[in-house]
Write a protein that binds this ligand. Structure first.
Ligand SMILES: NC(=O)c1ccc[n+]([C@@H]2O[C@H](COP(=O)([O-])OP(=O)(O)OC[C@H]3O[C@@H](n4cnc5c(N)ncnc54)[C@H](O)[C@@H]3O)[C@@H](O)[C@H]2O)c1
Length: 264
């Protein structure tokens, strides 16, 4: 696919860009003309993402743990030092957790998940929005999840972290609106990525892949590129009057009561 230029010359920082949704977003943003800073824990993942981007695109990569405030601060500073500005921040890095029931929660796991999924977005917003404020505006897109809207799509800590991301999207949109900084979230449903690989592997092993996503209204699971397209919309000037919103990109999953036995 060629360049269409919806992000021509915009500087975009994407976390969790070494796999799945972050990789698809980075590759789509590059095709739209963005200049990129890609961050992840995985050097190999970042290299694979970069290899899928045209050599003519401007792409920096950096190993960062988003749960470490000092590392996030220097990531933002490095972005601004190189490109001179930051127009788009995608807080996308995330981890899943075990599906223990409410009576069997592990505090250490909760803190780990909250630190990556929620605090990672909080830190990056804190530092990036200061630059956006000084330069007259910007767009932040957080990757939340349908798990932050309803139960059943992840472990308790994961769901709470994503509900936190949705709420932080709203509160930071209110704080930053007067500075022309828009803050929105996407809430993906089930998408095949590194995070969900065990689910897909297990289903394929049992010849039950057809069941994955079957209870969505569209009767299928999603592709990373379909989430990237929604992130692109929210990050682009096409969404210039949209802020504080959490957009489900879930094949209609959250639109339905989804009663057992009603589908398939
Ligand atoms: N796959 C799904 O079905 C689904 C559904 C809803 C929401 N999400 C969300 O989408 C986002 C992207 O996940 P994905 O599905 O592409 O999974 P993924 O595992 O393929 O990608 C996540 C990336 O984040 C990176 N990462 C993890 N911890 C990090 C940290 N501390 N610092 C920096 N990078 C870190 C990983 O190395 C990985 O490259 C996550 O926030 C996830 O919660 C995914």
């Amino acid at each position: 696919m060629g360049v269409s230029g919806r992000l021509e010359n915009k500087v975009a920082l994407i976390t969790g860009a070494g796999s799945g949704i972050g990789r698809a977003t980075a590759q789509r943003f590059a095709r739209e003309g963005a200049r990129l800073m890609l961050a992840d824990l995985s050097e190999e993942g970042l290299a694979t993402t970069k290899a899928g981007i045209s050599a003519s695109a401007e792409v920096l990569t950096r190993i960062v743990d988003v749960s470490r405030e000092d590392q996030v601060e220097s990531l933002v500073e490095a972005t601004v030092q190189y490109y001179g500005r930051i127009d788009i921040l995608c807080n996308n890095a995330g981890i899943a957790c075990s599906r223990n029931i409410a009576t069997e929660q592990d505090a250490a796991e909760w803190m780990k998940v909250l630190n990556v999924n929620l605090m990672g977005a909080v830190y990056a917003t804190k530092y990036a929005a200061r630059h956006m404020q000084a330069q007259g505006g910007g767009a932040i897109v957080n990757t939340a999840s349908v798990a932050g809207i309803r139960s059943g799509a992840g472990g308790n800590a994961y769901s709470a972290s994503k509900a936190g991301v949705i709420n932080f999207t709203q509160t930071s949109a209110c704080d930053l609106g007067e500075f022309n900084i828009r803050v929105n979230a996407v809430c993906p449903g089930l998408v095949e990525t590194g995070m969900t690989k065990p689910v897909f592997d297990y289903a394929r092993e049992l010849n039950k892949e057809y069941k994955l996503g079957a209870r969505c209204e569209l009767r299928r699971y999603g592709k990373p590129e379909e989430i990237a397209a929604a992130i692109l919309f929210l990050a682009s000037d096409d969404a210039s009057y949209v802020t504080g919103q959490a957009l489900p990109v879930d094949g209609g999953n959250t639109a339905s009561l989804n009663m057992p036995g009603m589908k398939v």
